[in-house]
Design a protein around this ligand. Structure first.
Ligand SMILES: Cc1ncc(COP(=O)(O)O)c(C=O)c1O
Length: 360
């Protein structure tokens, strides 16, 4: 079963070789190790904390945090141009499911400067370019996730794909050095995610994130080895089922998005971020124009699952001032709503009604 899933992934994403891994975090780690990167890694500055965690675990020297473009929230090519000569690899993230409108130009720029791309498809399973080409084929290596909160969510696993045979052999060799998965991995890694969310909700809104940072970094240091492990074969069957149901999963998401659009139409304080054609939605992103923090706290108090990802990532990992203006604007105005299989019409109606009431 496992090798047929790998075959399916490699066919779907037009890469010759595929390996199931413990997580996308492990995939990024393996990609960096196999590519032999030890210097500076470029990433967009509003991403999941696991990306810098994977980079730091791989032993790379530093991270260049790059701003994103205002219109599609993916890497801003003008900002990338500033750093292209100083980075050794680019992690190109299809953030929130969106495929960059500048994808071709970004790939050409990286190729011209011999900067390999690790294409991060963790939150974009099923997305295609405007011309209908599946993602996962634009990097030297591409990575996927099937972990908690992803489009295919089996709470375990990831994948890594490449066309390069010798690189793939090295990825497999590195993966064989990782320990097998134990349930403690999931407990510890998700506890860190929860700590991050708690600290964020406690300090970030008050503009005092420095207060939570030390506690987070200390905890991270003590648990780092738990992030790396191999894929557990017992998840193969359920993964296969979810991959077969991907089209249904994606159309459910689109249906929920359409419902939100109709219920929230006319709410001047909220802009629903529309995705380009052919791209999937990870969560539904709202750009909140007024009282975002109060609305977020109000929705949490009503026990809705909501998040406000992503704030600028460098704030948590570095002692430098954030210079990525658009990432800051996104971090200060975003609310993400759940649109997964749990979401149905009555949930959309209730949460939309509460949002409308909040502003009335
Ligand atoms: C863009 C992106 N890459 C990588 C990861 C890490 O994925 P995993 O949970 O499989 O380690 C995440 C997690 O949320 C993510 O959003």
């Amino acid at each position: 079963m496992r090798s047929s899933i790998e075959q399916q992934l490699s066919n779907n994403h037009h890469q010759r070789h595929a390996l199931l891994t413990g997580s996308a975090t492990a995939s990024i780690y393996l990609a960096l190790k196999a590519l032999g990167i030890s210097g500076k890694v470029g990433i967009p500055n509003n991403v999941c904390i696991n990306i810098p965690i994977a980079i730091k675990m791989s032993g790379c020297a530093s991270i260049q945090y790059i701003d994103v473009s205002e219109d599609d929230w993916n890497i801003d090519i003008t900002d990338l141009e500033k750093y292209i000569n100083s980075i050794d690899v680019l992690i190109l993230v299809h953030s929130f499911g969106v495929v960059s409108r500048q994808l071709t130009k970004i790939c050409e720029l990286c190729q011209k400067h011999n900067v390999p791309i690790i294409e991060d498809c963790a939150t974009a399973q099923g997305s295609k370019t405007v011309n209908g080409q599946p993602i996962g084929q634009f990097g030297e290596v591409s990575v996927f996730s099937f972990g908690s909160g992803k489009i295919i969510d089996i709470e375990h696993g990831g994948a890594i794909l490449t066309n390069n045979k010798s690189l793939f052999n090295e990825i497999v060799r590195q993966n064989n050095t990782l320990p097998p998965y134990i349930s403690r991995n999931k407990e510890i890694v998700s506890a860190l995610g929860q700590l991050h969310t708690q600290l964020y909700n406690k300090y970030y809104f008050e503009g005092k994130f420095a207060l939570g940072k030390d506690e987070f970094l200390k905890k991270l240091k003590s648990i780092t080895p738990y992030f790396l492990y191999q894929f557990d074969d017992k998840y193969s069957e359920i993964l296969n089922k979810h991959l077969s149901n991907l089209d249904k999963n994606l159309s459910h998401r689109l249906k929920i998005v359409e419902l939100f659009k109709s219920y929230l139409r006319g709410c001047d304080e909220i802009e629903i971020i529309e995705h380009p054609i052919n791209t999937t939605y990870w969560r539904l992103n709202l750009r909140v124009k007024k009282n975002r923090d109060d609305l977020f706290k109000f929705l949490l108090s009503k026990k809705y699952k909501v998040s406000s990802w992503y704030p600028p990532t460098n704030v948590l990992f570095e002692n430098i001032e954030n210079q990525t203006t658009n990432c800051q604007i996104i971090g200060d105005s975003i609310i993400n709503l759940w649109i997964n299989q749990e979401a149905d019409e009555s949930y959309v109606f209730q949460i939309s009604n509460d949002i409308l009431n909040f502003y009335n």
